[in-house]
Design a protein around this ligand. Structure first.
Ligand SMILES: [Zn+2]
Length: 337
């Protein structure tokens, strides 16, 4: 049995920089037609100069794959001028908003989610048609952070009805329930949040390679996400949030947050959709919906999967980096042709 995927897209991924970028970017470029790259480098991307130079480094790292396009984002600042955004608009696909300190390299994110503080930039984005990507978590109790953020999504969505807002990597039924309440709200879902709950992370022996932000939640949350994804709902897209960290930073006291799924994402998604008799909706989740939400035509690229066991390696190595993927040392039923 084979499966032909037309221009798959990963609408939320971390490529990092330098050696890590060189190791992980080609893995995505090989199997996806395009990917939305997050801007939380150190320091984050907040200037045109930094953006253009990052684009150059990504192009260099993926030069073997001409049939791949990287869509870059800017790191949200509340005081971007209209002129600056107008000038940079054609180089970016969106702007990513991080509340300060909620995840990896977000220390310089916005310190207040007060709509009046965010208003200048949001107003310009709305006028210029630049989508807003949001890491929607408060600094509250870890299991409640996303749910507590819902009123903030509501206030932005109602104050800026023309602004496209993407609730990134949603993990709760609360976010699923909010999605259809505002026409300008959209969402991405990761691979791991369709599969695991907090039990898989910390219910037995601690699994550092499954630790991510937002943390995986309850079974009813996971089930709501799964139901939404396999339904082909037009407002939801695949965004792996594949977030590589060196092995020694995951298997450490003070484990970095992030699950590395890039090289196995499509194969495992095929399995999930097949198990749920939803293969007809897979193209919507991994490509068609994103094209409509972000209004672009991706590079034409067909990825063929075959129903053949694939042994996931214990790690991906290169450029002095070692990164452990999800399902390391396990066998998955679909392979890349
Ligand atoms: Zn992310």
């Amino acid at each position: 049995m084979t499966l032909r995927l037309s221009s798959p897209l990963d609408m939320h991924i971390h490529f990092r920089d330098e050696e890590m970028l060189k190791l992980v970017a080609p893995l995505t470029a090989k199997t996806f037609s395009g990917a939305l790259i997050m801007p939380n480098l150190v320091p984050p991307i907040t200037t045109k100069e930094a953006l253009l130079s990052y684009i150059k480094r990504i192009k260099e790292a993926t030069k073997e794959q001409a049939d791949f396009e990287a869509f870059v984002t800017l790191f949200f600042q509340a005081d971007y001028s209209y002129e600056f955004l107008e000038d940079i608009k054609d180089s970016i696909i969106g702007i990513k908003l991080y509340p300060a300190g909620v995840t990896t390299n977000s220390e310089t994110g916005v310190s207040s989610m007060d709509i009046n503080v965010l208003r200048p930039t949001l107003e310009s984005m709305s006028k210029l048609g630049i989508p807003l990507c949001v890491h929607g978590e408060t600094n509250g109790f870890v299991m409640d952070r996303e749910k507590e953020f819902m009123p903030i999504y509501e206030s932005i969505a109602s104050a800026f009805p023309d602004l496209t807002i993407i609730m990134e990597h949603i993990t709760t039924k609360a976010a699923v329930d909010l999605l259809d309440k505002y026409p300008n709200l959209y969402a991405t879902i990761t691979l791991q949040h369709l599969i695991i709950t907090l039990d898989d992370v910390a219910g037995g022996m601690l699994k550092p390679h499954l630790f991510c932000k937002p943390i995986a939640k309850r079974p009813e949350d996971r089930d709501a996400l799964l139901h939404l994804a396999i339904s082909g709902h037009p407002k939801v897209m695949f965004g792996s949030d594949s977030a590589p960290h060196p092995k020694h930073k995951k298997e450490a006291c003070g484990c970095a947050a992030g699950v590395f799924t890039a090289p196995i994402a499509l194969q495992v998604l095929a399995q999930i959709f097949e198990d749920n008799n939803a293969l007809d909706n897979l193209d919507k989740f991994i490509s068609l919906n994103a094209r409509k939400i972000y209004k672009f035509t991706p590079i034409e690229k067909t990825i063929t999967l075959i129903k053949k066991d694939f042994s996931v390696p214990s790690s991906y190595d290169g450029f002095n980096q070692t990164v452990v993927p999800m399902f390391a040392n396990e066998s998955i039923p679909w392979s890349l042709k």
